[in-house]
Design a protein around this ligand. Structure first.
Ligand code: SF4
Ligand code: SF4
Ligand code: FES
Length: 260
């Protein structure tokens, strides 16, 4: 705001001055427009401070939902970089643009008709063979996933390895935004994990036993008892329940074995 404008609106100037003394303000550029925001904020908080109301491109705020993919460039650097807006802290004169949705190709399929055959994923995503092994995807990944290696595993038909390598993928799409081959790695990985979970990993036998017990009404009486309990008592029971310790071994059992 110029001196002339401040004279026109002294109240606004006073508020701005108060904000400046509360925290050191640094300049950043959001979608090409300059703002002064308190240093130390994440990109997401800085955008909100600047007046943006985020109804897309914002979810968990904790680095796990993948909704807040952002592109930025630092002054004097030609290189475009990517980050999660809820995790990356602002730096002076950063140029920022959010990509809350990336229109990557997502194959359509009837999952029930898919098998664990090695070619199952690359039949649906034949473009994976356009990969030129540049490794830009791996460098872009905020989860530290070996994205290129997971793509290579899929090309070799190794669905289990692709599922294992991509286990921490949060579907942010940042790998895709940097891909020379225009691959939608995260959609391919999601399919690999679905196939792995449903068709490759052995069934948990104890789970089948528990489902059978539930269906046969083994727990109906306990649930009916809980339904009769008042809310405060229910909270107390919940808080005092015996929880499995973090370091429990495979053979851990609760003292009260009625529900097993
Ligand atoms: S693999 Fe891609 S979509 Fe998944 S977390 Fe990494 S950059 Fe994001
Ligand atoms: S960015 Fe694309 S082309 Fe480059 S290694 Fe990753 S998947 Fe392959
Ligand atoms: S808001 Fe969920 S990862 Fe950033």
């Amino acid at each position: 705001m110029s001196v002339k404008e401040e004279n026109k609106n002294p109240a606004e100037a006073a508020v701005k001055e108060e904000k400046k003394t509360a925290a050191k303000l640094i300049p950043i550029y959001i979608m090409g427009k300059r703002y002064e925001v308190p240093e130390g904020l994440t990109i997401m908080k800085a955008m909100e401070y600047a007046g943006y109301v985020l109804i897309r491109g914002c979810g968990c705020r904790g680095g796990t939902c993948g909704a807040c993919g952002t592109v930025y460039r630092k002054p004097g650097d030609y290189k475009l970089q990517v980050a999660l807006a809820c995790q990356k802290t602002i730096e002076p004169d950063m140029y920022i643009a959010q990509i809350p949705f990336f229109p990557a190709n997502r194959a359509r399929y009837e999952f029930a008709g898919l098998t664990s055959a090695p070619e199952e994923v690359f039949k649906l995503y034949p473009e994976m063979f356009r990969c030129v092994a540049c490794n830009s995807c791996t460098k872009a990944c905020p989860q530290g996933i070996e994205v290129m290696d997971a793509v290579s595993a899929l090309k070799q038909g190794n669905i289990s390895e692709a599922a294992r390598l991509s286990f921490d993928c949060i579907q942010c799409g940042l790998c895709t935004s940097r891909c020379f081959g225009e691959l939608a790695q995260y959609h391919m990985f999601q399919l690999a994990r679905r196939i792995y979970g449903a068709r490759i990993v052995p069934r948990a036998e104890h789970l089948a036993g528990m489902v059978k017990a539930v269906n046969e009404g083994k727990y109906d009486r306990f649930l009916d008892e809980l339904k009769q309990v008042k809310e405060d008592e229910l909270k107390k029971l919940y808080q005092e329940r015996e929880a499995e310790p973090m370091t429990a071994g495979e053979d851990w059992k609760p003292k009260d074995t009625r529900y097993l």
